[in-house]
Design a protein around this ligand. Structure first.
Ligand code: NAD
Ligand code: ZN
Length: 250
């Protein structure tokens, strides 16, 4: 058995035994769907780093520029389809009593693959939120006719309904995620660089309470040394191998 086969077998056994699994995903799971990650070369747009654009300061300084970037990102995601990694996670809901899927992604691909009750920590690319009255509009228009888009209710400018660097994540979402981690037996961390909080600490929270943590990422991450099983492969290739479907819900 190769080292990789051995790790996959170990991960399969852990997953097989578990009745409550938490999954945390990041941009890496959507990379094989053609959606650029922030850390990859393709994540750059017009030589701006995402950290320079995904902030409230950048938005209020130049809302049109920030919206042009979101329009570009919406365009990149528009034709993207879930990949075997997304589908494998959705399928897992049929075999495990409780699955909680927490994602930092804003692309909606987990839901498109069939996952239910996804906890979106960073919001959703397809929602526009009014900066004045808070009205949320679901919009799939690409490119948007007007940048920045205007609120249909009050006429003020809208912003992407996402969480920017320096902004608070909805406490209800964090609470739900932490509660799920407390109750699970196994946590899977997939395609996240582990440098953006609070997601970065969630694996540590799981370890502090003695959960089995399995990481799947192409590259080294800061907390990998603490995890139980670390698989350095593409999530779209590995996830379908991890779940054997010989388990049925009792
Ligand atoms: P990130 O861009 O910082 O890092 C992506 C990680 O995925 C890296 O560690 C990389 O090694 C790994 N990776 C790349 N391809 C992979 C593959 N095929 N299989 C497994 N792993 C792979 O992503 P993050 O940590 O999620 O970053 C946080 C921020 O980026 C979040 O705020 C998120 O909202 C935002 N973001 C979201 C999307 C999206 O919705 N698809 C895309 C880009 C950025
Ligand atoms: Zn409004």
């Amino acid at each position: 058995m190769t080292e990789l086969e051995d790790k996959i077998a170990q991960a399969q056994a852990e997953i097989e035994r578990a009745t409550n699994i938490v999954i945390l995903t990041g941009a890496g799971i959507s990379a094989e769907s053609g959606v650029p990650t922030f850390r990859g070369e393709e994540g750059l747009w017009q030589n701006y780093r995402p950290e320079e654009l995904a902030t409230p300061e950048a938005f209020w300084n130049d809302p049109k520029l920030v919206w042009e970037w979101y329009d570009w990102r919406r365009n990149a995601v528009k034709d993207a389809k879930p990949n075997p990694g997304h589908y494998a996670l959705a399928e897992l809901e049929h075999y495990v009593q409780k699955i909680t899927l927490i994602t930092q992604n804003i692309d909606g691909l987990h839901q498109m693959a069939g996952s239910h009750d996804v906890l979106e920590m960073h919001g959703n690319l397809w929602q526009i939120k009014c900066t004045k009255c808070g009205e949320i509009e679901q919009s799939y228009e690409v490119p948007l006719a007007e940048l920045p888009p205007k609120c249909k209710k009050c006429g003020e400018i809208g912003r992407p309904n996402v969480v920017w660097f320096g902004e608070m994540i909805d406490m209800a979402v964090i609470d739900a995620a932490l509660q799920a981690i407390e109750q699970c037996q196994v946590m899977l961390i997939v395609g996240t660089s582990g440098v953006v909080e609070p997601a970065a600490s969630m694996g540590l929270v799981a370890k502090q309470t003695d959960k089995t943590v399995i990481e799947i990422n192409l590259e080294e991450t800061p907390s990998a040394g603490l995890y139980d099983i670390v698989i350095r492969e593409k999530s779209g290739e590995v996830l379908p191998l991890l779940f054997t479907s010989n388990k049925t819900l009792s």
